[in-house]
Design a protein around this ligand. Structure first.
Ligand SMILES: [Zn+2]
Length: 415
């Protein structure tokens, strides 16, 4: 386990991904929180002792009902399952059917993306069975309070991390950050997050997260990544070969977040060449080439249309990075077209100063807009433009106060 944690942390660092906190469910304070939460649910009367019988997939640590099995195998991984029967404590999930349906109805964004919500709603409408939350066979888990023969089932423990990381119930962090704006999860654990977790929170009298967003899976060249195909892609290798920003951009640009996507090196290089180098990099390079030779006054009126900030912002709030990047690139394209139309190489004096003003401001704004996607590139742009990092409110044409100095190309085309 320590090895895996190390790999995650290394990948995040190399890919320029930052995090505020990292929690492992083996942390002592986490265990205490799990017990506290279970106690609350017990006091509410939502936990009772019964007998569990189910099909268990050992590697996935998941139980399945007869109906969920596909060809009598685990529906998640396709491996063999075994029938397990034992005493167990149950959570009264069945009590929460109406409350969950009401939650989905009143908060249409709670289940995201929309196309995945139907499946959840229909399953909840079909009826909810109580869920077994303890095991007697697994000994390394958190002990169930009040019955030492039982251990809390691993997914209950895992879900609790969202609030144990914030020191629920009394921690300052809990007061500040809860309810969470979004739980971003893989589609394979959507049921736990969209149904069981909110029901547990309701039972414990804790506010619900505002949204659960289930993302899709990547295939590689149209095929599932698998050991037998040997087609695993190492993000670190891709980043080293093409730059971190090219990889980040390709992943966030490929499809709307939520859908399954296909990754191929060919697509990555096409985007690197045609979008990052030929559009974004080229715009900055052209602009600074003109700026280098210009020694007149940088004054003029805005001639380029403002970027569609509202649309970009809305897209980001929906976690639609694909849509946001589409809008940003429309602006980049408009700026490149402006250069072609104005043909600044034929201009001089006041006219040239005006065109240059528009281009420098456009580049400054683009650098801000691109910074969540390609942070290193934005830093390089700011250096060359001689400006400080701005925020969303600075994404409009203002007075240009930078000291532009042409530097290295942002992206080199791959042949
Ligand atoms: Zn499985």
């Amino acid at each position: 386990m320590d090895g895996i944690v190390g790999v995650y942390k290394e990948v995040w660092k190399k890919l320029n991904i930052s995090n505020d906190a990292f929690i492992r469910t083996s942390d002592r304070s986490h265990e205490e929180t799990v017990v506290k939460l279970i106690d609350r649910i017990k006091k509410k009367g939502d936990i009772y002792k019964g007998q569990y019988e189910g099909w268990y997939c050992v590697p996935d640590e998941s139980f399945w009902t007869e109906l969920q099995l596909i060809d009598r195998k685990c529906p998640e991984c396709g491996r063999a399952v075994k029938l397990v029967k034992e005493d167990s404590y149950f959570f009264r999930l069945s009590e929460y059917q109406d409350k969950l349906l009401e939650l989905y109805r009143k908060n249409p964004d709670f289940l995201s993306p929309e196309f995945r919500s139907k499946e959840i709603i229909n399953r909840v409408k079909d009826g909810l069975k109580d869920v077994s939350i303890t095991r007697t066979t697994v000994k390394w888990a958190v002990p169930f309070p009040g019955d030492s023969a039982h251990y809390i089932y691993v997914w209950v423990d895992a879900l609790t991390n969202y609030i144990s990381a914030l020191d629920w119930p009394d921690g300052d962090a809990f007061g500040t950050f809860w309810p969470a704006d979004v739980h971003l999860i893989g589609k394979e654990i959507n049921w736990f997050h969209s149904v069981i977790w909110p029901a547990m929170l309701m039972s414990a009298g804790i506010e619900l997260p505002k949204k659960v967003f289930a993302h899709g899976w990547w295939t590689v060249d149209g095929r599932k990544m698998s050991k037998s195909l040997g087609n695993f892609i190492s993000p670190i290798e891709m980043a080293e070969r093409y730059s971190v920003d090219a990889l980040r951009y390709a992943l966030l640009r490929e499809m709307p977040l939520g859908e399954d996507g296909d990754f191929s090196e060919k697509t990555l290089t096409a985007r690197l060449n045609n979008e990052l180098a030929a559009e974004l990099g080229n715009l900055l390079n052209r602009t600074l080439t003109i700026a280098e030779k210009f020694d007149g006054e940088l004054a003029g009126k805005q001639e380029l249309p403002d970027p569609e900030i509202k649309k970009i912002d809305d897209a980001m709030l929906r976690l639609d990075t694909f849509g946001a990047l589409n809008e940003i690139f429309s602006f980049i394209r408009a700026a490149n077209k402006y250069v072609n139309d104005k043909a600044p190489w034929k201009l001089k004096g006041k006219e040239l100063g005006s065109v240059l003003y528009n281009l420098l401001e456009a580049c400054r704004i683009i650098s801000i807009l691109m910074s969540p996607f390609t942070p290193e590139t934005s830093e390089k742009m700011n250096m060359q433009l001689g400006v400080k990092t701005g925020t969303l409110k600075d994404c409009r044409f203002m007075e240009y106060n930078g000291k532009a100095k042409k530097g290295e190309l942002l992206f080199r085309k791959i042949r």
